[in-house]
Design a protein around this ligand. Structure first.
Ligand SMILES: NC(=O)c1ccc[n+]([C@@H]2O[C@H](COP(=O)([O-])OP(=O)(O)OC[C@H]3O[C@@H](n4cnc5c(N)ncnc54)[C@H](OP(=O)(O)O)[C@@H]3O)[C@@H](O)[C@H]2O)c1
Length: 309
């Protein structure tokens, strides 16, 4: 029974090398050469074409090649009863935290201003706010948000968190649910989105929520482009309500050439690189799950399909 690599946007070569290193006898197929559909046991997916999964009658696991599973659950034709798993990897958590810290410190130490001053050869010292005077709000306190919150706390920022269920995290003031959102936002001089994309979080960064942030707040979105209503962010920045944003994810990727974010002086754009999946790091957990499924055991890192993450 085979493992099918079904990620048309990714280069399969490195994946094949590292998956085979874990299991040299692996029966590995690369989409679209899936072989007989009833031989496919386990699918590795990243943005698979909608509707393809139902053609595999003996499929026992759909594994996301990243932390998020929104790209799998957007498929209305998923076979019922097949578990969906995701990656959880310490190196990816650390990479996300370093991205978040870079974005926070670039903003608070005003590097964007100094870069512009440098092009004009202008010597203009600015007094940075001390971390203990800056309130950072982290939306989503899962694997990624929790680590970022702890790192920010270690640098002495005031850290606030928002999640679906209440949390008790040393040094982090926690808010939860719809009832906690407005209070959380009103305390976020810097707002970081690390939520999963679900029906409940789609478009959550919009005119109404952005208007609840303190004047001059800064947004960092490293979760999914669909969390943000991009026109509402532009209006808030251009209207002077927000200081700017650092964005790693976008509604349309790659970001179209005509998009106003590209040339906006208060918006930093990175091409969805905050935390990349390295095949060599995650191949062991994928192959371990494949062997579990082959042995009739349930896979690990299964997501809750009702919650959507
Ligand atoms: N840009 C990149 O390179 C990149 C890389 C990796 C991942 N990501 C994105 O980051 C996301 C988060 O990953 P993760 O592993 O940290 O997720 P996770 O471990 O599943 O944690 C999700 C967190 O969000 C909270 N949450 C979910 N729905 C909510 C809602 N409706 N209201 C309030 N809080 C809600 C959860 O609350 P509870 O704790 O109460 O359940 C939890 O704290 C991924 O889904 C992916 O989209 C981006």
């Amino acid at each position: 029974m085979s493992l099918l690599f079904l990620a048309p946007e990714l280069n399969a070569r490195s994946w094949v090398k590292h998956l085979r290193r874990q299991d040299p006898d692996l029966d590995l197929r690369i989409w679209p050469d899936a072989g007989p559909p009833d031989e496919v046991l386990f699918v590795l997916s990243w943005k698979h074409p909608l509707g393809v999964m139902k053609q595999f009658p003996r499929l026992k696991c759909i594994a996301s090649l990243g932390f998020g599973v929104d790209h799998i659950l957007r498929d209305p034709d998923l076979p019922t009863g097949v578990p969906v798993t995701r990656i959880v990897d310490a190196a990816m958590v650390a990479a996300m935290s370093t991205y978040v810290l870079t974005a926070v410190l670039t903003h608070t130490r005003q590097f964007d201003h100094y870069r512009q001053d440098q092009t004009r050869k202008t010597w203009k010292p600015r007094t940075p706010k001390q971390p203990s005077d800056v309130r950072v709000g982290v939306m989503g306190l899962g694997h990624l948000g929790l680590d970022a919150a702890r790192m920010l706390r270690a640098l002495d920022f005031q850290v606030f968190g928002w999640s679906r269920t209440a949390k008790s995290i040393e040094g982090v003031t926690s808010f939860s649910g719809d009832e906690g959102l407005a209070d959380f936002l009103s305390r976020s001089d810097i707002l970081i989105c690390l939520l999963p994309l679900t029906p409940a979080t789609h478009g959550i960064l919009n005119r109404q929520t952005l208007s609840k942030l303190p004047a001059g707040a800064y947004l960092i979105n490293v979760a999914r482009g669909e969390h943000l209503v991009e026109e509402d962010l532009l209006a808030a920045v251009e209207g002077g309500r927000l200081a700017g944003a650092c964005l790693d994810v976008f509604r349309q990727e790659p970001l179209p050439e005509s998009h106003p974010f590209w040339c906006h002086p208060q918006v930093t754009v990175t091409p969805h690189v905050a935390s990349l999946t390295y095949p060599k790091d995650v191949a062991p957990q994928i192959i371990a799950n494949y062997h579990r499924v082959r042995a009739g055991q349930p896979p690990q890192q299964v997501v809750d399909l009702k919650r959507g993450y």
